[in-house]
Design a protein around this ligand. Structure first.
Ligand code: SF4
Length: 118
């Protein structure tokens, strides 16, 4: 079986071609122009991760919503759970950009942080 992954590490957006074995293991990996692409494609195949970016309700500022993000990528399969977890969250200013709002968010080892001042 074959799989193509577009590397997003840099703007060149290389197509990385994976040949997979019977147990979905990577048999060969080609098309990457540098080692970072190999590492990215292998990770994307075995354990894809994404940085969560969303907003939460906010009080005490001029905006009703505060943009937030995880400070490290979290497992892609947890994104829906993560969005649901922050949907009920309401924060109160003052808050500084980068301030940790939730430590070890959902046990991922990533913190939920403010993306701007409130
Ligand atoms: S493989 Fe290397 S050169 Fe190609 S997009 Fe990824 S980081 Fe950029």
């Amino acid at each position: 079986m074959h799989k193509t992954i577009i590397c997003t590490v840099c703007p060149l957006s290389c197509n990385v071609f994976l040949e997979l074995g019977d147990n979905d293991e990577i048999v060969s990996l080609t098309g990457n122009r540098c080692p970072r692409g190999k590492a990215y494609a292998a990770k994307e195949h075995t354990a894809p991760e994404r940085t969560l970016t969303t907003t939460v309700k906010a009080r005490g500022g001029i905006h009703p919503l505060l943009p937030v993000r995880t400070d490290k990528p979290i497992p892609k399969e947890m994104l829906l759970e993560a969005v649901q977890a922050v949907s009920d969250l309401e924060v109160e200013g003052p808050i500084r950009m980068g301030q940790v709002l939730i430590e070890d968010f959902l046990g991922t080892g990533s913190n939920l942080v403010a993306s701007r001042d409130l």
